[in-house]
Structure formats: structure tokens, C-alpha cells
Design a protein around this ligand. Structure first.
Ligand SMILES: Cc1cc2nc3c(=O)[nH]c(=O)nc-3n(C[C@H](O)[C@H](O)[C@H](O)COP(=O)(O)OP(=O)(O)OC[C@H]3O[C@@H](n4cnc5c(N)ncnc54)[C@H](O)[C@@H]3O)c2cc1C
Length: 458
């Protein structure tokens, strides 16, 4: 009997109640996938009517609209893919590669697929390419441990010395990788991304998207697997309270007043919200709450879906560079996979970062949409004629991944807390590195052994 089978034996014999997971986004479902694969029964409670969390998609006028533009960083090297591979269900997720990427600056310039391509990058003068390489090459070949030493250093410590063109390049890369600008990003976090993108270190800079359309297909694949293992995904169930007695988790209370007994609760939505919402006063001390609240640093965006009667480009992503453009990324979703749109129509989504308060300002959003339309018709003269409809959306919370110097990686919310036995935290606000959904899945990989150890003690 191998160790995995042994875990299955233990769980079946001695776990009185299923593990409760709050939230069916990528973080909660990744954790559930790993636990049911060990043989532990789980019961997921999700307040909305569908799985996916922030990656949920919807049908609109026969198109599949994502909840804002979503792509999977690091393709088959992502934490999501590693988990699917670990439980042998990676074939259930057909992935389309996203690698036809360009910059736009009075013409199109190919995006570098690897460090070597930087030398050929027409976006910036040759001298700037050399200075970029001088920074990026040592970074790409450093170790993850060395990168950790840079966690408190701001990225601007290196970018501030660069010329205008190289800075523009960094701005575009930061937008793609972090949906943020270099002044908010830790050099350590940036370095880890460069290392993971380095093929000579087993990494990749490719991105992926579910070929079937809708980024929430990833969550669907995981939720189906969880249910096949005799576990439950309870949709439309909001958790009001985590019950803690004598510093131990004993159950949860749902918003309809029902209670469920359990010895293990895993919270998968941003921890700085959860610790303020789900617990009686006194469960956590003030210092801990204050420390966790510091992690509440969100990035916000306005993104607009445009449906078109014809394809404007055969690329998949275009980054307009420079301060003049409101549109920071143009994503041609139908070019990534045609399955998102009905026959004869095409879907693009254009995004721009904004301040959190701007997401609640209808006039600001209107101005952004009109500027985007003007820019699109300048870049693509057929845009006006091809436009069928537009649908703007604004998100206050994009990632709960903290990127700020001093708050990244191991400085994020821990997966377990000394105050309460049987309580765990996963999701993109918790200890992990990576981008968005990759970070949510990575947190599950890191938390898994801790949770397993707790469950094996019963
Ligand atoms: C516009 C936009 C664009 C993005 N682009 C990308 C991208 O290109 N690539 C990328 O990798 N990431 C991207 N992200 C980030 C990515 O979506 C998140 O990092 C990731 O989905 C977080 O997953 P999670 O499981 O940690 O949290 P969530 O997805 O937030 O999941 C938490 C779940 O908990 C549920 N919940 C909350 N409270 C309760 C309760 N009391 N009871 C029951 N259920 C509850 C919520 O409904 C939710 O489903 C983007 C996000 C947005 C908004």
C-alpha cells in the first residue's frame, strides 16, 4: 500500500464529518481537488449560483463573456496544470496557447517570447535592448531563494535607471503580468516571474486559455472531479460564521441559520475580508487583524467587451504602449478560441487599470469607453463599421495577490493560524507566488500538506 492509499484508509475510517471549504473559486477547488484525491471527503459551500469565483463567465447575446479578461500564466508549468496532472485529469482541460502577442506604438512590434527575443525587439532602440538584457538575464538565471532576498526592494530600483523606451517595455510587461505599474511591484516577485518564464530553467512564458471558451471551465473540470469522488459542491449557500470553541473549529453556520459540524474549515476568499466577517470578536487578536488588513491592496480595472462583425487582427493580444493610450491591452478572445462567439461574430476585450474609486464612477467609465473606441478606430480603421455592441464592466478587486515590496510571498496571509486549530486559509491573498489564478492554485499546493497532517490526526 503506498502512502496515498494509506491516507484514503485513514480518512474513510476516522473523519466523522467532511472538510468544509468556503468558496468554489480556483483556490477552493484546487484545494478540494487535492484533498478528494487523497480520499478526504469535502463539502464546498459557494454563495453564488456557479463555480469559478472571480473567473466566472456568462452567456451574453450568444457570446461567452469572461469576468474580465483572463489568461493562464505559465501554461503547462502553471500551478493549475500541475494540480490537474497530479490527479491525472489534465486531459479534461483542452488548452489554447496564447502566444501571438504584439506591442502597438505607431505600428506593431512583436512581443519577445523569450529573453533571446529581446535583442530582436523592434519596439525599442538597440541600445535600450542591451540595457534591458543586462537587467533581465541575471534575473532569469538567479535562484528562487536569491529572488526572495529582493522581496522588500521595489522594482523601480532597477527601472528608474532605464531610458524612456526600456521603461515603456517594463510598463507593458507589468500590465500583462501583474495588471499594475512597476512602482507597486516587488523586485523579488518580478524576478520569480522572470525565472518561471525562463525555458533554460524549465519554465515558459506562454499563456493559455480553455479552448472550450470561458475561463471558468478550469473550475468546472475541478468541481466535476470533486463530485465524482463522492464529495459535494453546494452552490447558492453563503456561510455566515465559522464556529470556534476552545480554540478549535467545530462547525459553520450558514446564512439561513443552519449549522454544519466539522473539524476542518478552509476559507478560500480574501483572508482580510474573512477574518473580519466570519468570526466572533476575540478569536483573533488585534495585532493579527491589523497585520492581515495591511494585505488589502487591490488592483482595479475597467474592461470593455466589444462584439464585432469581422476580425480586425489575427493576433491574440496587442498592448498599446505609451501614456497616450487609455487602452492598455486589447485581447482578441475569438482569435484565442472561436468557441466564445457565434458564427460570423468576434469578441474582443479592452482593459485599463483604474483607481478603486473610479470603478464606481459611471461618468469616468463612459469617458474610458469613448476614448477606447477612438483609439481602436485609429489602430483599426474598420473598427467603427464592424462594431455590433459594447459592454463595459468595472472590477474593484482584480487580484488579492499583494505585489508591494515587503508584503509578497511568505509575508502574505499564512495558511494556518496559531489561534485556531482546524482552520486554514487558501486563495490568492495567502502565502503563494505567481499571478492571479496561478497564485490561488499555488496556495492550495502549499497548504495541502498542512491540511493533510491535521486531518490525519483524527
Ligand atoms: C477583471 C479581472 C481580470 C483578471 N485577469 C486575470 C488573468 O488574466 N489571469 C489570472 O491568472 N488571474 C486574473 N485575475 C485574477 C483571478 O481571477 C483571481 O486571482 C483568482 O480567481 C482568485 O481565486 P480565489 O479562489 O483565490 O478567489 P475567488 O475567485 O474570489 O473565490 C472565492 C469564492 O468564495 C466565495 N465566497 C465568498 N464569501 C463567501 C461566503 N461567505 N460563503 C460562501 N462562499 C463565499 C465567492 O463567491 C468566490 O466564489 C483577474 C481578475 C479579474 C477580476
Amino acid at each position: 500500500m503506498n502512502s496515498k492509499d494509506y491516507t484514503k484508509e485513514i480518512s474513510k475510517k476516522s473523519l466523522k464529518n467532511p472538510v468544509v471549504i468556503i468558496g468554489a473559486g480556483v483556490g477552493g477547488l484546487s484545494t478540494a481537488t487535492l484533498l478528494v484525491n487523497d480520499g478526504f471527503p469535502v463539502s464546498i459551500y459557494e454563495k453564488s449560483e456557479h463555480v469559478g469565483g472571480r473567473t466566472a463567465s456568462m452567456k451574453f447575446r450568444n457570446h461567452i463573456l469572461d469576468n474580465g479578461f483572463h489568461i493562464m500564466p505559465f501554461y503547462k508549468k502553471s500551478a493549475i496544470y500541475e494540480i490537474l496532472k497530479d490527479v491525472k485529469i489534465e486531459n479534461r482541460l483542452k488548452l489554447a496557447i496564447v502566444d501571438k502577442i504584439a506591442f502597438y506604438d505607431n505600428g506593431f512590434h512583436t512581443y519577445p517570447k523569450g529573453i533571446g527575443d529581446i535583442l530582436k525587439m523592434s519596439l525599442i532602440p538597440f541600445k535600450s535592448r542591451i540595457s534591458l538584457l543586462k537587467i533581465l538575464l541575471p534575473m532569469a538565471f538567479t535562484s528562487m531563494e536569491k529572488a526572495e532576498e529582493l522581496d522588500s526592494v521595489p522594482l523601480t530600483q532597477v527601472t528608474s535607471k532605464l531610458d524612456f523606451h526600456s521603461k515603456q517595455f517594463f510598463d507593458a510587461v507589468c500590465m500583462l503580468a501583474f495588471a499594475d505599474s512597476p512602482e507597486h511591484i516587488s523586485l523579488g516577485e518580478f524576478a520569480r516571474t522572470i525565472i518561471r518564464a525562463n525555458p533554460f530553467k524549465g519554465g515558459t512564458s506562454e499563456f493559455a486559455y480553455p479552448d472550450m471558451g470561458g475561463y471558468d471551465r478550469i473550475s468546472e473540470v475541478m468541481a466535476n472531479y470533486v463530485e465524482e469522488q463522492d464529495s459535494k459542491v453546494n452552490l447558492g449557500h453563503s456561510i455566515k460564521k465559522v464556529i470556534v470553541q476552545n480554540k478549535k473549529v467545530t462547525g459553520i453556520e450558514l446564512s439561513d441559520g443552519k449549522t454544519v459540524e466539522t473539524d476542518c474549515v478552509i476559507i478560500s476568499y480574501p483572508a482580510y475580508h474573512a477574518i473580519n466577517q466570519l468570526f466572533e470578536p476575540g478569536v483573533f487578536d488585534d495585532d493579527f487583524i491589523k497585520k492581515t488588513n495591511r494585505l488589502n491592496k487591490t488592483t482595479s480595472v475597467v474592461e470593455v467587451h466589444f462584439a464585432l462583425s469581422k476580425a480586425l487582427d489575427d493576433r491574440q493580444v496587442v498592448f498599446p504602449v505609451g501614456d497616450n493610450y487609455v487602452s492598455k491591452g486589447i485581447f482578441f478572445i475569438s482569435n484565442i478560441t472561436p468557441s466564445v462567439s457565434p458564427e460570423g461574430e468576434h469578441l474582443i476585450i479592452v482593459g485599463t487599470p483604474v483607481k478603486p474609486e473610479e470603478t464606481e464612477d459611471p461618468q469616468r467609465i463612459k469617458d474610458i469607453v469613448s476614448k477606447m473606441k477612438q483609439e481602436l478606430s485609429e489602430i483599426y480603421p474598420d473598427f467603427d463599421e464592424a462594431l455590433l455592441w459594447d459592454r463595459p464592466m468595472a472590477w474593484k478587486l482584480v487580484e488579492a495577490v499583494v505585489k508591494e515590496p515587503g508584503l509578497v510571498w511568505k509575508h502574505k496571509m499564512p495558511h494556518s493560524v496559531p489561534h485556531v486549530d482546524g482552520l486554514f486559509f487558501v486563495g490568492d491573498s495567502t502565502v503563494s507566488y505567481g499571478i492571479g489564478t496561478d497564485s490561488a492554485a499555488h496556495s492550495a499546493v502549499l497548504a495541502h500538506p498542512l491540511i493533510k497532517k491535521h486531518l490525519s490526526s483524527f
